[in-house]
Design a protein around this ligand. Sequence first.
Ligand code: NAD
Length: 309
Amino acid sequence: ETMKILVATEKPFAKKAVDGIRKIVEDAGYELALLEKYTDKGQLLEAVADVDALIVRSDKVTAEVIAAAKNLKIVVRAGAGYDNVDLAAASARGIVVMNTPGQNSNAVAELALAMMIFMSRNRFTPGTGTELQGKTLGIHAYGNVGRLVGRKGKALGMNVVAYDPFIADGAVFEADGVKKVASVEELYRVSDFLSLHIPATAQTKGSIGYDLMMSMPKGATLVNTARKEVIDEEGVARAMTEREDLKYITDIAAGNQAELDEKFGKRVFATAKKMGAETAEANVNAGLAAANQIVDFLKNGNTRFQVNK
Ligand code: NAD
C-alpha cells in the first residue's frame, strides 16, 4: 500500500513550495494529500485519519490530532520552533517529530540587520542618525541565525563579538572573523548592538533584563528576533526608564508592549506580527526540507533532525 503524506497548512505554502513538495513525494513513490486554509480542527482530524506522515507550519498538532492519526509515523514542522506539536503525545505513540533547522535562518538574520539600521536611523523619521560601520555588534548565541548575523555584520564593517557557551570550538568563531567573549556580562558590556539568538529554555527564560541592559554602552540597542520569553520585560522597562539612551526592537511583541510604546516612543519598536521567517525563500526552503526529511526517514530511517529523541 502506498504511503500517504499530508501537508496541513492553515496558512498555505507558496505554490512553488507545494509543487516542489509534490515532486519530492511522488518521485519517492508516495501519495501527496493537501489540506489548506482549513477553518476548524474537525477538517484536520478527518484529513489525518489515514496518513503516514504529516507536514505542518504553525498548525497545532495536539494530542487529539495525534490520536486521530492511526497510521502516523512522522510529523515535520516546516520551520525552527516546534512548540506547536505535542511532543509527549507523539513520543507516547513512537511518532518521530522533526523541525527543519537552518532553513529560515537567513530570513531572520536579514531582519535582525534591518532592525539595527531602522533603529539607528530614528525609525526612518527625520533627524540625525548613526551608522553601523565601526560599531560593536554582540551576538548572543552563535547558532544558525547568530552566525549569519555575524557574517553580515562583518560585511557592514562592524566589529563582531559573540557568546555561546555550548560551542567549545573556537575555530567556529575565528572562521567568521568573530571574537569569542568569555561571559554574557562581557558581551553586553561591549555591544553597541546586541542581537539575541538564544532559544527559550528553562535556563534562558527571563534572563535578559535590567542588569545586562544597564551594562551596555551609551546609545546601545537590544535587538530581539529570538523569543519574547527570554526577556525580563519589567527589567528592560526599568533600564530604559533610567537610561534614556537605550533602545529595544523586537520581532515578538512584549506582554507590556503598549506600555513600552507609550513610555519610550521612538526608542522602542515591535513588528505587528512575528515576521522573521516570513520570506518566500524561507517558506520554500522549509517546505522542501520537510518533504526530503520525510522521504529519507521512511526509506532510510534517517532521524537526524528528530526533536523528540
Ligand atoms: P540554533 O539552534 O541553530 O542556535 C541556537 C544556539 O543557542 C546554539 O548555538 C546553542 O548553543 C545556543 N544556546 C543555547 N542555550 C544557550 C544559552 N543559555 N546561552 C547562550 N547560548 C545558548 O537556533 P537558530 O536557528 O539560530 O534560532 C535561534 C532562535 O531564534 C530559535 O530558538 C527561535 O526561538 C528563534 N527564531 C525566531 C524566528 C522568528 O521568526 N523571529 C525564526 C526562527 C528562529
